[in-house]
Design a binder for this molecule. Structure first.
Ligand code: HT7
Ligand code: ZN
Length: 872
């Protein structure tokens, strides 16, 4: 398949004003009649061409006249029609097969055929699996949808838009109609039909519209939807306050499904959620999962303006909606919870997922220049790095300026499909600033390295900071340009006090942003009384790797005194990295002691929040350590990181850890307030550290914690520790967990996941055995991800075995999965990213396996694109 290129973009030759869909729903065969009123671009003379994938065409007519075979051709997923003109009405009737749809794209069945329900997933190109259409995001149309089905089997009928009538039909069937007054692209179309229960709440928007909010799920889990409904209400209020955005339909429906390729989908007025991100209760959800539910509910809701009212001109602009919406969710979650902790969580995610993407063969710009399979571009780069770019723009404009900019963006582009240039132009125009230099960030892949060197001239009382940037070549981009990098900085004296900054003759407070937009720049700070310690890139002000030759003492000073919670943690992470290096003799031998001493002081400091302390006590993960090495041996990294943590545990002392653990023990009910969550986070960390110095004691405590836990956070923390350590108590708690949650698929996913994450060689035997467990199926994406995804992407020492058997097993699974669900197979296959940097034995084994996989017959476009790119 030849790639689709951004540079080839052309306006659509044909658009659609209105769509009328009549859908006769049945599990095995559903018939869809569509009437499209067509508009022709007078500047183009191309014949009418519509997309259509796997459709059985039953009837076709143009302007009321049935078409002869000579007037149309349906081949290779396109329908060409002769004789259409501006204002024509094309009517088609097609048949599709929901129960046979294992790819979960288009119309499909969720759950068993006797009890499950029907639903659609159209982003990115699923609508063409439902009917013929110019299935591209710049064709915005008004939809009227009439659903018909057997009433007893499908009592609930839903589609996007406002309800516009319902009634009974002959033969026990019924119908319901929905009209969406807002023009929308086809990827935002949705319908749902089946036996579902609901909980509801009335909501009045700031501009006075009465809205009914409705959460839908299968009956047995409807009680677990209350938290999401509360989160939705919080999101709606927040968007009114923070961005002046009000909801715009009379109803807002949200449906939970266990069968979903991604996290959730923002279909206009009818969001669909992976149950993992909608259901929450203390017995089956961890604190992290509660936060994820709140974040995803907010994310999908915020899309109503950033994505739906203003959509993307083409899929190259995906980050226009995704980067901006992730950023809005991050702001919201920071407001609802702790801002520094949210920042730590988001930057950790970026480093764990996006940095490796940007450093390997899958590197691509936030706005890619070409793709073969768009579903492969829902990546950490488009989402997470895209959000960091918006954060830089927002930081540049300040809170009021950014709001002026987004107001203008919504005014200018409401009801239209926009580009990233449009977004930057609106932000810039509203503030009389040219933001075009930031466009380079959207076009250039790779993570810039920002090198910082400070020199203090005691005689002149001047501190000169030289900041230089370098981005390494990435596939297809050998040359890199300097980018505008905002660096938020402060200076500390040797006692940990912040110094006032004098730059270019002005005094600013104690914090300042300088923008580095050349290969190298010098900034001179005057009137600096003593040799300072710089705190750079505060709050992670740009998505770069900072290289600064800090001494362990300087990092320890920042860890103890930096008022920026994020940078305090960051100093600890950098110090941990020096300590890690020192364990195999490279670099400062004093670093490990400095790290342990600094954390011992933090451990005793009552002013530090429990959750921040838990994060401070956690060194960078194995993937982050691997990112700093050129010949990666995951087994060695695992062992060395364990050793680092053991030294920390020794320094803190078994008694102190035990005392703290006992102090943190929680009550008999799960409280969700920040302090209670923080306690559980620290308790988990303390127990993990204790296990490194008093293993038997920690395992006994974990077994008791498992038995007495009031909720999933404590229960899973205990189970995870026992399973990872292969403790004698592990088998019993695993058996208990399995029994306890036999009917709870989301909890059972955790049971699979924890066993897939056992470090080292034993992981593969576990995973192979679990693959033949009766509860395992490749047909359910959550289950496939929990076992195979965790094994291959979250367990480096388990997956990357020197004998290559991890790769061989995983490749077999991918091939099998690809035949069922290419999107999920392709996503899981990205676990092979970075194989070129493995040590030679593993590298060779991975290479052989990848070549074998690439050579298989009949791979999907999704999987072959990823394997092909990874092999480059
Ligand atoms: N906008 C949604 C993307 C999505 C998706 C993409 C491809 C295949 C299936 C999908 N399900 C949802 C999710 C979001 O970012 O909000
Ligand atoms: Zn999104």
């Amino acid at each position: 398949v030849s790639p689709i290129r951004l540079s080839d973009y052309r306006r659509p030759a044909w658009t659609v004003d209105t769509v009328e869909l009549d859908v006769d729903l049945e599990i095995d065969t559903t018939e869809i009649t569509s009437r499209l009123s067509l508009r022709r671009d007078p500047a183009q003379s191309l014949p009418l061409r519509l997309d259509g994938e796997n459709l059985e065409l039953l009837a076709i007519s143009l302007d009321g006249r049935p078409l002869d075979a000579a007037d149309y051709r349906y081949e290779n997923s396109v329908l060409d029609v002769v004789g259409a003109h501006d204002g024509s009405m094309l009517e088609t009737r097609v048949r599709v097969r929901p129960s046979a749809n294992t790819a979960l794209e288009g119309l499909y069945l969720s759950g068993p055929r006797e009890t499950g329900f029907l639903l659609t997933q159209c982003e990115a190109e699923g609508f063409r699996h439902i009917t013929f259409f110019p299935d591209r995001p710049d064709v915005l149309a008004r939809y009227t949808v009439t659903l018909r089905a057997e009433q007893a089997r499908f009592p609930v009928l839903l589609a996007g838009g406002n309800p516009d009538g319902a009634g009974e039909l002959a033969d026990g069937r019924h119908w319901a109609r929905f009209v969406d007054p807002y023009p929308k692209p086809s990827y935002l179309f949705a319908l749902v039909a089946g036996r579902l229960e609901s909980i509801r709440r009335d909501y009045v928007t700031a501009d006075g519209r009465k809205v009914e909010l409705v959460m839908w799920s299968e009956a047995n889990v409807i009680d677990r939807c209350h938290y999401a409904l509360d989160a939705l209400e919080r999101s709606m209020r927040w968007d009114e306050r923070a961005y002046g955005r009000n909801y715009d339909l009379d109803v807002f429906h949200v449906v939970a499904t266990h069968d979903f390729n991604m996290g959730a989908m923002e279909n206009k007025g009818l969001n669909v959620f992976n149950a993992k991100y909608l259901l929450a209760d203390p017995d089956s959800s961890t604190d992290e999962e509660y936060r994820a539910v709140e974040a995803v509910v907010a994310h999908e809701y915020f899309h109503n303006w950033t994505g739906n009212r203003v959509t993307c001109r083409d899929w190259f602009q995906l980050s226009l909606k995704e980067g901006l919406t992730v950023f809005r969710e991050q702001q919201f979650s920071a407001d609802m919870n702790s801002a520094p902790l949210k920042r730590i969580e988001d930057v950790s995610l970026l480093r764990r997922t996006q940095f490796p993407e940007d450093a390997g063969p899958l590197a691509h710009p936030v706005r890619p220049a070409e793709y073969r399979e768009i579903n492969n571009f829902y990546t950490a780069t488009v989402y997470e790095k895209g959000s960091e770019l918006v954060r830089m723009l927002a930081g540049h404009l300040g809170q009021d300026g950014f709001r002026r900019g987004t107001d203008l963006y919504f005014d200018r582009h409401d009801g239209h499909a926009a580009t990233i240039e449009d977004f930057l132009a609106a932000l810039g125009d509203a503030n009389h600033i040219d933001l075009k230099p930031y466009l380079a960030w959207y076009a250039q892949s790779g993570t810039p390295r920002l090198h910082a060197r400070g020199e203090y001239d005691a005689a002149r009382r001047e501190y000169t900071l030289t900041l230089s940037q370098l981005t390494r070549a990435t596939p297809g981009q050998p040359e890199k340009l300097p980018l505008p990098i905002p660096v938020k900085l402060a200076l500390f004296d040797q006692h940990g006090r912040m110094l006032p900054l004098h730059l270019d003759g002005q005094t600013v407070e104690t914090e300042k942003v300088v923008v580095v937009d050349k290969a190298s720049q010098r900034f001179v700070l005057r009137d600096v009384p003593s040799h300072p310690v710089p705190s750079l890139l505060r709050g992670f002000s740009a998505p770069v790797v900072l290289e600064c030759d800090y001494t362990p003492t300087e990092l320890a000073l920042l860890l103890a005194h930096d008022a920026d919670g994020f940078n305090r943690w960051e100093a600890g992470q950098q110090l941990a990295a020096l300590a890690f290096d020192s364990l195999h003799g490279a670099g400062h031998s004093a670093a490990c002691k400095a790290w342990c001493d600094a954390l011992a002081a933090s451990f005793e400091n009552p002013a530090i929040d429990d959750a921040l302390l838990a994060d401070l006590l956690t060194p960078p993960g194995e993937i982050e350590f691997a990112d700093r090495q050129s010949e990666v041996d995951p087994a060695k990294i695992h062992a060395q990181r364990q050793e680092l943590q053991r030294r920390l545990a020794q320094r803190l002392g078994a008694n102190a850890l035990l005392d703290r653990y006992n102090m943190l023990s929680s009550g008999s009910e799960v409280q969700l307030d920040a302090a209670s969550q923080a306690k559980r986070r620290l308790k988990r960390r303390v127990l993990e550290l204790l296990a490194l110095v008093d293993t038997d004691q920690a395992h006994a405590l974990a077994a008791r914690q498992y038995e007495t836990a009031a909720g999933m956070t404590d229960r899973l923390a205990a189970l995870g520790l026992l399973v990872r350590d292969r403790a004698p108590q592990a088998a019993a708690v695993l058996a208990d967990f399995r029994r306890r949650y036999a009917d709870n698929p989301l909890a059972l996913d955790k049971w699979f996941a924890e066993q897939a994450k056992v470090p080292g060689e034993p992981a593969l035997a576990n995973v192979m055995q679990l693959e033949s467990d009766p509860a395992f199926t490749l047909k359910n994406p959550n289950r496939a991800r929990s076992l195979l995804g965790n094994f291959a992407s979250a367990n480096p020492s388990g997956f990357h075995r020197a004998d290559g058997l991890g790769y061989r097993f995983f490749a077999e699974q991918l091939a099998e999965l690809d035949a069922l669900n290419p999107q999920i197979a392709a996503r899981l296959a990205t676990a092979f990213n970075g194989w070129q940097r493995l040590e030679p034995v593993r590298r060779e084994a991975a290479h052989t396996t990848l070549q074998g996989l690439a050579g298989r017959e009949g791979l999907s476009r999704n999987l072959s694109e990823i394997i092909g790119n990874v092999l480059q």
